[in-house]
Design a protein around this ligand. Structure first.
Ligand code: HEC
Length: 110
């Protein structure tokens, strides 16, 4: 009987670890210590802009068709858009993270 109890503990611990690893947040730092723009995008931007940038939830601009320069994008992400529909990420993401995510959305251009 004692044997079964120990075994069920191991099974329980196994289940807990499996669940814990599923809900683990994606690592947003690259091996070299720089922020991972793609992961930051997934966590912060994908809900509105979609994985490819063209989802358009809540009037979100199509990033895959954006004509804006790197600097203009950086500015909007940092300060929000004029209409306020795109919120400011100042204080939410660091300057380096914003630069990394801007570099990532540049790769979404068709
Ligand atoms: C709550 C929804 C939402 C989220 C989350 C969001 N955006 Fe936006 N984004 C918008 C909307 C809406 C616009 C259009 C703004 C406007 O027209 O005033 C926009 C516009 C932009 C633009 C301007 C593109 C252009 O060509 O005009 C960029 C760049 C951008 N978003 C990047 C991002 C990035 C990067 C993130 C994540 C850090 C992000 N957005 C998160 C809704 C969102």
């Amino acid at each position: 009987m004692a044997f079964y109890n120990i075994r069920s503990w191991f099974i329980l611990i196994g289940i807990v670890f499996t669940l814990a690893s599923c809900s683990e947040q994606e690592i947003v730092i690259n091996d070299n210590g720089s922020p991972n723009g793609k992961a930051i995008y997934k966590q912060n931007c994908k809900v509105c802009h979609g994985g490819k940038g063209d989802l358009g939830i809540g009037d979100a601009a199509d990033l895959s068709a954006s004509k804006k320069t790197f600097q203009e994008k950086l500015y909007i992400i940092t300060n929000g858009s004029e209409s306020g529909k795109m919120t400011s990420y100042k204080g939410v993401l660091t300057e380096k993270e914003i630069a990394a995510v801007t570099a990532h959305i540049e790769t979404l251009i068709k």
